[in-house]
Design a protein around this ligand. Sequence first.
Ligand code: KIV
Length: 306
Amino acid sequence: MSVTPIGGRPQGESRPDKAGQKVTTATLRQQKQRHEPITCLTAYDYSTARVVEEAGVGMILVGDSLAQTMLGYENTLSVTVDEMLHHVRAVRRGVKNALLLADMPFGSYQADTSDAIRNAARFVKEAGAEVVKIEGGEKRADLIRRIIDAEIPVAGHIGLTPQSVNVMGGYKVQGKDLGAIEQLMRDAVALDRAGVACLYLEGIPREVAAMITAEVNTPTIGIGAGPECDGQVLVLHDILNLTFGQPAKFVRRFGDAAALITHAVQAFCAQVVSRQYPSDAESYHLPKETQAALETVLERKRAMRR
Ligand code: KIV
């Protein structure tokens, strides 16, 4: 019997017409209530978004991690709204059923509320995002309420928030002492009350994530936050070995796309150099009559030269 992942195809099925149901923010809540784990991965372009969705993931996040994975920036701070929108549009074209979320980049929501609402609306209007994600806890609750009032669903993101790297003094696990745990609980409850569609928990102890998950109504999506979260997210490039350097403790490599690409590129170069590629079967040919006419012309030219 095949299992249909929400938003995806039955496992083992490759027919696009058998695609599953549309995932909405309501679906996430139902999944939390039914204790059905929620799956989320990042995607940043059309083709990978298609593959990721068709493989059965429920949520696709165009994360500002694209600053590093796609654009080669040092951290997420430099990426702009326009750069993000460019990628969200491409992903939108590849996604039908998965819930599509987009990160609001650093500087696009911190200055003032109207600016933040205008930027959030751009993600919906110009790029087709269904939910926008904003980093920060309690202090963002009023802003998040205002964006939701403007009919734009918002995902929260607390714990290790990469846009605060300079304030945190590096990418450090958060919530390790009692004061920090209490603050994280206040953050989670404030965002839950503000009405977030889901809450990303990044880089916090498993025990703290479990307490938050039990406390809030909104589904929690963990990354480096242990198995008790309602769902899990990872960066696609991390699970495919397409990031460079030492991966974080929580990253599990589920495939090796770097090895696959290296192998294919080396084979291509070797076969071009040895003239094995392209073959006759991989070449276009003239129609028979044109070929015959061409030979006649060439023969006439040769005869004139003699
Ligand atoms: O930018 C991103 O990819 C993220 C996830 C890691 C949660 O925010």
